[in-house]
Design a protein around this ligand. Sequence first.
Ligand SMILES: C[S@@+](CC[C@H](N)C(=O)[O-])C[C@H]1O[C@@H](n2cnc3c(N)ncnc32)[C@H](O)[C@@H]1O
Length: 232
Amino acid sequence: MWVREFAQSVFSDAAYRYDRVAGWLSYGQYPRWQRFLVSRIPPEARCVLDVATGTASVAVLLARRGHRVVGLDLTEAMLREATRKVRMLRLHGRVFLVRGAAEQLPFSDGAFDALTFTFLLRYVQHPSQVLAELARVVRRGGWMASLEFGLPDPPWRWWWSVHTRVVLPAGGRLVSDGWHRVGRFLGPSIEAFCRAHPFPEVRAWWEAAGFVEVRRRRLSLGAAEVVWGRKR
Ligand SMILES: C[S@@+](CC[C@H](N)C(=O)[O-])C[C@H]1O[C@@H](n2cnc3c(N)ncnc32)[C@H](O)[C@@H]1O
């Protein structure tokens, strides 16, 4: 199965109760990671694109800080949950949801003051090319920030392995078949991506895409990483 179809099928199955389950399976850390990501975007950025917006949690946090937000995602089921949430929170004048693919964004060069993306690069075939496409729609002097899972250092790595190999699949199974699939897939996917693309390589992608002052903060003992930078 192609990577894009795989992502779509996984997230179509996991859209239902996504926020709640993601919160449980991260021991409540998920919202904290999202808040730190959003804090990397300066308040003066008027218009922000949130790619892989999913159920729009990051888009909502951005809108509540006063940004105008476009949330883009590949998966219809996730966007349905996002639409429901945005309406319920009466943010539909500030958050606009669009179906699309990160590989080919339907926006002109430099259209946004800032861009956020979460848990995206593991689901694309050519991460460095996708990063360049994301950078294309950020204006010169604008900002970009990402949130992704990471690999904790020893001795915490042992607990992380138990969590991803045992707790996630078992916890996912209690929720639904779709979440069981996510639970089995996540650990190996994170490990493979982190080993294949250590941070110096990821930073080089950001720099090649035109970003300077590229920084990384590891959160929750390294289980998550936020990377951010400013476009030259
Ligand atoms: C783990 S979810 C993250 C959702 C949300 N950002 C969050 O933090 O809760 C990953 C999202 O990436 C989306 N996605 C995967 N590949 C994509 C692509 N090539 N273009 C756009 N969205 C994609 C999926 O549909 C899914 O909603």
